[in-house]
Design a protein around this ligand. Structure first.
Ligand code: MN
Length: 730
């Protein structure tokens, strides 16, 4: 069992060494305070809890952080694990320390372990985003390092969980912040629990070869030292075996066994000046054979995490290759402690303020070389503040677009939560549901079964597409009638604005075609969609405008072609058909308005069929009329009804023929004469020139049935230069 005294004096010695001016009295007060608060708690190994904060504070001091950070480390578990409050800590140790402790507490409460790889990126992003002060991250890393060092006391489940988290979050963060030493230690411990088989194999191998390795390293080391001393370069040289995890990774990425793996030795030469670095490099290359392609100059081009050194690989005695890293003492500090080393130089000049965060930001922005992996990319994103990370009361992280509100949060949890939302709490205080959320907020949604559902304003308040979509879905489902009315009136207004006839929607042929284009089964659904905002009227009309205009154009220019638009009923044509109601019987319907389709102008004797129009009764077509072609279509089928002629053959029916002719003088007169001779009551005769020396005559007249019509048609076709005829009119 570890003792308070041992840890305390060790920490004290480190602080005195690393931070000579520190106020030891204040630090002792924090130790007393923490010891008192944690007095009833024990570590897993049975030692008093205070050992842990002492050890964390020592690591923080070793990193070179300032006194506030050390106080923060000593108190880091007080708010989370004891009855101490933010206010207590603030009163005793000041605002900065209280904020550091609070920051660490927030990170502690967040659950950074996730089995979903997809969450990992969010976790790391949030970790940084939440730690407004970089010292919070560093204290948290120190906390984790001590917990890793004492991992043997945890249950196997907890070991795996924590080690995963360490590999996913803490080791990459330490790397990013340039803290190689800590990164290596975290990785080695994690490997030991996550992959004990490989870890043991490597350790055993290294132990077996220990003497041999050490002899080799001593030889090389003295070779270098002797040469540099001879030429008068002041240097420190030492050799080491690369850390276990990096050997493990090399084995895996290069597919090699331990025996095949050469690149396990690394030597460091630390000198006073940059010119010395390059001089040393020359001597190394003179002493040993260089392995081509392995030289890297990270002095002129530092790594993204500020790392600087010269790297080269050479082959020593016995043909064993090894790496040599050459750097100055400053560079060495940065390599070992990363951002924390930077801290050291800033002591007393407002360390820990916004500017330091700026420094991290710039550091991350400057990532451009191959080292800048996706992880850095993800850090960058969050530094630019387009996301916000908040917690559920149970500590689950929810990532939302920046500027999100409790509404977005509620819908991110579940649409049911959003739809029954009546209010929200942020960090345990009731807030408006349009409050902007901040990183690390704990958000609770207040719901009620009696809630009336979202309001339309929410659509403009929320920031996430997810919330917007779900709110629209609600309106779509719950308010269909209202939506249809809203939607129809905006659609109609938009049609009017575009000078398009509304009647088009009920056209038996074009109507369905337009619906297909809009991707709806019926007009009601489309109105509803416009009503709830799934589709705008402008977009809907825009999608069909060309089709309608094309159809209208066809109608205007090619009179010979059947134009479905003309089937639209208009009040006049209903009036004109004096016999409309009596001439035709509609099966199944007792009495209704009847009109004859102009497109095919049926007369008694023709096979006919009726189409139920909206508002104008039944329109009667000939069965062979092209406009009846899609009467089997499921959407339209119900509106086609069987009709038959009544026995009223004495009454004349108005019909119309179009005659195609070769243009010549007197032809119109010939037609008029033929009609008169046949004693036909002609109501209209018009002619129109067409391209290519052709013309079209339209004859409107009355007949009693199809037999009489055919007789007259034959007479007309006998007139020279009349080429063809067709019934109906466009
Ligand atoms: Mn802790």
């Amino acid at each position: 069992m570890e003792t308070f005294d041992a840890h305390y004096s060790s920490m004290r010695a480190t602080i005195i060494k690393c931070l000579p001016g520190a106020d030891m009295e204040l630090i002792d007060r924090a130790v007393d305070y923490a010891q008192n608060k944690h007095r009833s708690q024990k570590r897993k190994d049975g030692s008093p809890y205070i050992i842990h904060p002492l050890a964390v504070a020592q690591i923080v001091a070793e990193m070179g952080l300032d006194a506030d950070a050390i106080l923060g480390a000593l108190l880091h578990d007080c708010i989370e694990d004891t009855d101490a409050s933010y206010e207590d800590v603030e009163k005793l140790f000041g605002q900065t320390v209280a904020q550091l402790v609070e920051g660490v507490t927030k990170l502690t409460r967040a659950n950074f372990s996730s089995s979903e790889q997809a969450q990992m990126e969010n976790l790391r992003k949030m970790f940084m985003a939440m730690s407004k002060d970089i010292r919070v991250v560093l204290i948290k890393i120190a906390d984790r390092l001590h917990n890793m060092r004492t991992m043997q006391y945890q249950t196997p489940e907890k070991q795996v969980l924590k080690c995963r988290e360490t590999m996913d979050i803490y080791a990459p963060l330490a790397h990013r912040l340039g803290m190689q030493k800590i990164k290596w230690e975290l990785e080695d411990i994690a490997l030991r629990y996550l992959n004990p088989g490989d870890y043991d194999r490597i350790m055993t191998y290294l132990n077996v070869h220990k003497e041999q390795d050490e002899a080799f390293m001593r030889t090389i080391q003295s070779k270098i030292t002797d040469r540099l001393a001879a030429v008068g370069i002041h240097s420190t040289v030492y050799g080491r075996i690369k850390h276990v995890y990096s050997i493990y990774r090399k084995m895996n990425t290069q597919g090699k066994t331990l025996d095949e793996l050469y690149d396990v030795y690394a030597f460091r030469v630390i000198v006073d000046t940059i010119p010395d670095c390059y001089n040393v490099l020359g001597h190394i290359h003179d002493l040993f054979n260089l392995v081509p392609g392995r030289f890297k100059d990270y002095i002129s081009t530092p790594k993204p995490n500020m790392y600087q050194s010269l790297h080269t690989t050479v082959i020593g005695t016995q043909g064993i290759p090894f790496e040599v890293q050459i750097r100055t003492w400053d560079m060495h500090e940065t390599a070992e402690y990363g951002i924390a080393a930077h801290w050291k130089y800033k002591q007393g000049v407002g360390a820990g303020d916004e500017k330091d965060f700026e420094w991290v930001r710039r550091l991350l922005e400057s990532q451009q070389d191959a080292d800048a992996d996706e992880y850095i990319q993800s850090l960058k994103i969050d530094m630019f503040d387009d996301e916000v990370f908040v917690f559920t009361p149970k500590g689950r992280i929810v990532s939302l677009p920046a500027g999100s509100t409790p509404i977005d949060f509620a819908y991110a949890i579940h649409s049911g939560v959003g739809n029954s939302m009546i209010g929200a709490k942020v960090n345990n205080r009731i807030v408006g549901i349009d409050t902007t959320l901040n990183n690390g907020d704990i958000v609770e949604v207040l719901t009620s079964k009696a809630a009336k559902g979202p309001s339309r304003d929410w659509l403009s308040i929320c920031q996430s597409n997810q919330a917007r979509t779900k709110i629209r879905q609600w309106f779509k489902k719950e308010k269909r009638e209202e939506n249809v009315i809203h939607g129809r009136s905006s659609f109609e207004a938009e049609m009017k604005r575009n000078a398009l006839p509304l009647s088009i929607t009920i056209d038996p042929e074009l109507g369905p075609q337009l619906l297909r284009k809009l991707a709806f089964d019926n007009w009601e659904d489309m109105y509803a969609a416009i009503g709830y905002g799934g589709l705008t009227a402008t977009k809907a009309v825009g999608r069909i405008r060309d089709d309608i205009n094309k159809a209208l154009k066809v109608q205007a220019s090619e009179k010979l072609q059947v134009n479905p638009l003309k089937t639209n009923p208009d009040k006049e044509s209903v009036k004109q058909n004096r016999h409309a109601v009596n001439g035709v019987i509609v099966e199944d319907i007792d009495s209704c308005m009847i009109k004859f389709a102009k497109c095919c102008a049926p007369v008694p004797g023709d096979a006919i069929i009726g189409f139920i129009t909206k508002g104008f009764g039944v329109s009667v077509h000939r069965c062979d009329c092209p406009n009846t072609a899609n009467r089997e279509h499921p959407v339209q089928a119900a509106r086609w009804v069987p009709v038959r002629w009544a026995n009223q053959d004495s009454q004349p029916f108005e019909t119309v023929l179009e005659l195609e002719c070769i243009t010549r003088d007197g032809l119109l007169l010939d037609v008029a004469q033929t009609m008169t001779t046949a004693r036909v009551r002609m109501k209209e005769l018009t002619g129109k020139d067409m391209p290519g020396g052709r013309s079209v005559f339209t004859v409107k007249f009355e007949v009693k049935d199809v037999a009489e019509l055919d007789a007259i048609r034959n007479k007309l076709l006998n007139i020279p230069d009349i080429i063809s005829s067709r019934r109906g009119q466009n």
